[in-house]
Design a protein around this ligand. Structure first.
Ligand code: IPD
Length: 267
């Protein structure tokens, strides 16, 4: 079987995500324009989400014709390829709409179903996080290591909420149980950036229920390569049930607390 050059995938991801980030910033400067809704009336999509996705898909098909793509706005395309790209053109669309500088382009490459390269770019700050499997995580040229926290009571935890009101009610209950046990909680509004922040210790840990693959594929690789454990609950793989990312020193404590609080349950 042919070997696939992971460094090449990462180079393509970095270049394409950079172009995508420039388009997102340019379109934001021109005004957000029409905002449509998706799964609920709070789940929004802008013309920029669609335009950035179209640009990325076309740049990928020039650079790597035949690869499959899974993208937030257009779904799955291409079959029979060992390489699949996973794209969130604008993660943190609500922040984008409000002009909050906390959104990202998130692009990951899978080979045979395993994420091997990922990049997350904050178009506003220009920060770029990247990782290739087994080769470490970086912000720009700086190698990243997760926090060394060992006590849950000292742990700053990022999280997020879904768009469905019933799911949010459950997530609020989980949060009410967790908040007295941790240093504090942050809800920044873009899952990919939450994971990158955990990778460099801007927060210690992160969890969220109900994410889609494009929200976490690149960020989870970056977090893992920075030393965090990234899993689901009770031996499950990370996924829409729950994604928890925590440094080894507090992973078990946070995991067990989330199990007790039924963070993976509810609608
Ligand atoms: C959302 C963001 C948010 C998270 C939601 C995601 P989107 O992605 O990552 O932080 O809490 O679960 O859906 O909709 O802005 O691409």
């Amino acid at each position: 079987m042919d070997t696939i050059d992971v460094e090449n995938l990462l180079d393509v991801a970095v270049r394409v995500a950079g172009e995508a980030a420039r388009l997102a910033v340019r379109m934001r400067a021109e005004g957000v324009g029409e905002v449509d809704t998706k799964s609920t009336e709070t789940d929004v999509v802008t013309a920029a989400d669609r335009a950035v996705e179209t640009l990325v898909v076309s740049l990928l098909s020039e650079a790597r014709p035949g690869d499959a793509v899974l993208a937030e706005e257009s779904g799955a395309s291409g079959t029979g390829s060992r390489v699949r790209w996973i794209l969130d053109p604008i993660d943190g669309t609500v922040n984008y709409v409000y002009g909050l500088p906390q959104y990202a382009v998130s692009l990951a490459a899978e080979v045979d179903g395993e994420v091997v390269a990922g990049v997350v770019v904050n178009p506003v700050t220009g920060e770029q996080w990247s990782a290739a499997a087994g080769r470490g995580a970086y912000r720009g040229a700086r190698r990243l290591r997760c926090s060394r926290v060992t006590q849950l009571s000292q742990t700053l935890v990022a999280t997020g909420f879904g768009y469905d009101a019933r799911r949010r009610a459950h997530q609020a209950k989980v949060l009410a149980g967790l908040l007295p046990r941790v240093r504090d909680v942050r809800r920044l509004g873009a899952a990919s950036l939450d994971l990158c922040f955990a990778a460099e210790g801007r927060v210690d840990a992160y969890f969220e229920k109900g994410l889609s693959p494009w929200d976490w594929a690149a960020g989870a690789l970056i977090a893992r390569e920075a030393g965090l454990l990234v899993t689901g609950l009770a031996g499950r793989a990370p996924g829409d049930g729950l994604v928890v990312a925590a440094p080894p020193g507090v992973y078990q404590q946070l995991h067990d607390e989330l199990v007790d609080l039924d963070a993976g349950g509810g609608p």
